[in-house]
Design a protein around this ligand. Sequence first.
Ligand code: AHR
Length: 487
Amino acid sequence: MLINAEDRISHIQPEIYGHFSEHLGRCIYGGIYVGEDSPIPNIHGIRKDIVEAFKNIRLPVLRWPGGCFADEYHWKDGIGEKSSRKKMVNTNWGGVVEDNSFGTHEFMELCELVGCEPYIAGNVGSGTVRELSEWVEYMTFDGVSPMAELRRQNGREKPWRFKYLGIGNENWGCGGNMSPEYYSGQYRQFRSFCKNYSGNELYYVACGPSGADFNWTEVMMKTLKTPGWWTANAISLHFYTVPEWNNKGLATEFTEEDYYTLLNLNNYTDELLTRHTEIMNRYDPEGNVALFVDEWGTWYDVEPGTNPGFLYQQNTMRDAMVAAISLNIFNRHSKRVKMANIAQAVNVLQALILTEGEKMLKTPTYHVFDLYKEHQDGDCIYCYSQNENLAEGKNVPMLSTSASVKNGVLTLTAANCSLKDEAKITCDVCNFEASSVSARVLTGEVHAHNTFEAPEAVGITGLKAEISGGKLTFTLPACAVAEISLK
Ligand code: AHR
């Protein structure tokens, strides 16, 4: 392996380590928000243990309220006195009643408590231009106006600050089944009326492609530019790692072959980002428009006995490997990729945290975000690993790596994807004077996971690593993810 600290590729925006929270199943209700009267320790209804866990991984950005839910969400139903908030049916996710007790004020308080950037996904599919424009006014205007007055009546004198505004979600699917040509017109209209108030500067995110829909990217890049300026700061890509849509299988039950097949698909993220970036480079060589991967992660069948509409799944070392590979890929693509949000933060899909009543556990995926947090705001540097392919006919390199430097510290993250062999690593570290090294590792049998009975079965431990004469040496066990820190 070779690292060259002087070969800086791009800056790693902290938002690459972002998260997603939708009104879906028990992500918000029960997961993040339990209400003020709950015996579970909370701050205005927001679980304290969740806030602490989010802070520990320096969660940089949180996307809300959806997902598909966003294009059915009417923000005015989620403000004011809770007992008089309108109830609605969550048609996308289990047909349950949404009581709107978690709305704008609650979400913004959560972001303040965690210290993260809010990312609001606006309703284009079933909303109006006026509705979205008024939401922005409600949240950010400091002067005298109908929406600013309404906010004050609801107890918030000062406006909030927020940057990231998504104009719709998956408008090629649940957000309205639109063609790219139709959506790009809608986008430009909605965007025109979402203004910057009182010094707040919005960062506009247009709906991007689903996976390999390169035509969507092409049309968006063609139409987002008006003479002299880009109407969007980013387009968003959604890509899930799904075994097979009609036969997903359970998170905890899979064969070795299933594991390598899933990793093969996960590694495709690299090609996907390369190809979307190539299209974007043709229209925007200066890099004015970023690519956000604002939904990614594994998607399996729900845990037996749970509501199929709630997308609740367990999370094993297999998911940790997917997270490790994905985050290394995002680091390496950080010239164009400026945000990525795993789906989802709590109790849904590749969740970082699972809850059951007052109990809470951190999944293997959570620990990967812990191991990788030092990359946030670093500069991605050249890192090459000679590799062996683990599965015939598939693209599954044994090692997945990325490295960055920040404030005189070099951080290397490395995953050994083999289920059998340890990896003895010798790495030449060029152009970096290191006098000390420390390392942490997450490892376990690939099906290993945490349960409410054994919440710490899988966790981070120390790893032995040495540096001498510019040579770094360490051994990664099979199925392991590590963080190596050089100073
Ligand atoms: O994350 C679950 C769903 O997946 C989201 O609501 C939607 O945007 C995507 O299809």
